[in-house]
Design a protein around this ligand. Sequence first.
Ligand code: MRU
Length: 348
Amino acid sequence: MIKPILWQDGHLTIIDQTRLPSELVYLEMADHRMVGDAIRTMKVRGAPALGIIAAYGLALGAGGIQATSTDQLLTEVDAIAGALAATRPTAVNLFQALERMQATARSARDKGTVEDLKATLVAEAQRIDEENLDADCRIGELGAELIEAGTTVLTHCNAGALATAGCGTALGVIRAAHIGGRNIQVLATETRPLLQGARLTAYELMREGIPVTLITDSMAGFFLHRGEVSAVIVGADRIAANGDVANKIGTYTLSVLAAEHGVPFYVAAPTTTVDMKLASGDEIPIEERGPEEVTHIKGVAVAPEGVKVANPAFDVTPHMYVTALITERGVLREPFHDRIRKILIRED
Ligand code: MRU
């Protein structure tokens, strides 16, 4: 399994996902500004990975501050958290991890020196990383039970090791089913505009020897209509309290197609992707990215210069289209609102 974010002896290194699949390049993050830039430019991406890198980014940033008191360090920590929070708006894991780090910093303020506080932040980021890995591996185990042996599942975008601490959510389920001997095939959508499916999902699955066929986004209906897909499984960037799911643009289309063809539509995500503060998906902020991602592919223009472009990076799938949410605390079905509340309250 590939690990997209590494913290070793005070050094933070990421895989530059914009260079995959042609080159596997590791980049060391010099400071929190570089981390913010890596998030914005999607060198690191995927909701759980954004939470982890934000936590390490904050720890790295705090480590570089010359503060004379814990109070002063805390002020700087809040400023760095604010800068990291302003990078991408949709994946709630980013904000959730930053808030947790800030709360940890506040509670450690009076318990030691500036250096102690810095060490506490590193330890907390490592805990977030480890907890994410455990959650994703558990999601894989629970979700694999839902996958019928000998069938083809369709996935969208990249919800694999690269998008997480290293186990993957949707791809974690697929991997667990594969390792469990279910003899499955995967249809991976290329995922325009940034091709996470073609560049990253196809790369990860091939690397692990899991049979994968790459299709363009517009081919999904063809294969569903022919009865060649037994399940659609995707990740999530934010899940509202009622079970509505924000995920990569194109997910909503797939959910409607799946419902039309009587195919289960599964969303695999850790509970840290749930935002109980939002009653429904209508309240989820949707990132709008630059027009060049649509007009160009790898720097080459594929549209006339000056054309008007829309580029929402995510869409919202209403919970009525979600067959089940696969979380580390269990597989949830309707009524999502009550069941989500129950699992979150159970262990918090
Ligand atoms: O824009 P991206 O590549 O960050 O979008 C990623 C997705 O939409 C993933 O499906 C989601 O974050 C889940 S990753 C386990």
